[in-house]
Ligand binder design. Structure first.
Ligand code: F6P
Length: 353
């Protein structure tokens, strides 16, 4: 009996279970057994996992998270990491492995592929910043969560005439902040791809205040940095990604704006009452049930990955291009980041006033 492995690595993401089910179902249809490693590359290194049958995965596409668990373990940072993955695969008789993850997890899959192991990548991240695919699953759910929360903030911001700064996930790119902000009528969206100085942001908020607008709502991606200012260095994770959790971009911006307006002597006395607040959406964006888009995209990507394995076509990534599920270049996908382009940001900027 042919057998393949599967794992989910990196930050969890709504839609992972749909992919797992898609892989298991399409493999079962081709007479291939699937073995799931627990908690990403950690399970492959430590040889922990379980066989997955269609019965085990029935209906799991409705659930967020991942039934296999996830971790940010980097095989390349563990002594003999690649050899241990290889030996776990051999022990279970796995001819190949479906790795579901973002640039870090797929970067490891790509390195193992270069070392001769059979890999198939499935692109995953709520950040939507992987290239070679039009969308990554998980992004739609996360952006919808962010949109709903920003929607809700309008009334409380208006009631108290406050300035709100809402921080969305996105350490390298601003896909969630931009799409959620645009959809939920944020007055300004700040993303890493298009840095602005504090002065520019201040002038924007001050302009609204002077015009008599009751409140201002700003969506900011966690990786945003002010032009001409270097963000605090908080170290990096096992994959070299900056640790942003405590950088508190929204907190800082909200505090600076309140301070600056209150101290601005060119404004009337009422400025002393100006208040700002911040909200960090954080992991709320990653939790909960996937949207219909993410369930269906995940399922289709999983089915395609299983079909590639059945055909013995290893070494690629599955991807969404237009409405089609296609194979894409794994090497390119992990080396090129998909950023918000100028045309999109400028179009969205027409709504910022
Ligand atoms: O998976 C991507 C992501 O959600 C980023 O948007 C965020 O910066 C990071 O993961 C948070 O990671 P962790 O869950 O390890 O704090």
């Amino acid at each position: 009996m042919r057998r393949i492995g599967i794992l989910t690595g990196g930050g969890d993401c709504p839609g992972l279970n749909a992919v797992i089910r898609g892989v298991v179902e399409s493999c079962a249809a081709a007479g291939i057994e699937v073995y799931g490693f627990f908690e990403g590359w950690r399970g492959a290194i430590e040889d922990e996992g379980q066989a997955l049958t269609p019965g085990d995965v029935e209906g799991i596409q409705t659930l967020g998270g991942t039934i296999l668990g996830s971790s940010r373990t980097n095989v390349m940072k563990i002594p003999d990491g690649p050899a241990r993955v290889k030996s776990a695969m051999e022990k279970h008789g796995l001819e190949g492995l479906v790795a579901i993850g973002g640039d870090d997890t797929l970067g490891v899959a790509n390195k193992l592929r270069q070392m001769g192991m059979n890999m198939i990548g499935v692109p995953k991240t709520i950040d939507n910043d992987l290239s070679c695919t039009d969308y990554t699953f998980g992004f739609d759910t996360a952006a919808n969560v962010a949109m709903s929360e920003i929607d809700r903030l309008h009334t409380t911001a208006a009631a108290h005439s406050r300035c709100f700064v809402v921080e969305c996930m996105g350490r390298h790119t601003g896909w969630i902040a931009l799409q959620a902000g645009l959809a939920a009528n944020a007055h300004l969206v700040l993303i890493p791809e298009f840095p602005k100085s504090f002065r520019e942001i201040y002038d924007f908020v001050r302009g609204r205040y002077v015009r008599g607008e009751r409140y201002t709502l700003i969506a900011v991606a966690e990786g945003f940095e002010f032009l001409d200012e270097t963000g605090e260095d908080l170290g990096v994770d096992a994959f070299g990604n900056p640790m942003l959790n405590s950088r508190e971009v929204a907190h800082n911006l909200a505090a600076r704006l309140e301070n600056a307006i209150r101290k601005d002597e060119t404004l009337e006395r009422k400025r002393a009452y100006f208040e700002s607040r911040f909200v960090v959406l954080g992991h709320l964006q990653r939790g909960g049930a996937p949207s219909v888009f993410d369930r269906v995209l995940g399922a289709r990507l999983g089915v395609k990955a299983g079909q590639l394995a059945a055909a013995g076509q290893y070494g690629n990534m599955v991807a969404l291009r237009g409405t089609e599920i296609v194979t894409a270049d794994l090497d390119l996908a992990v080396t090129l980041r998909k950023k918000v382009d100028r045309e999109f940001y400028e179009a969205a900027s027409l709504f910022f006033h």
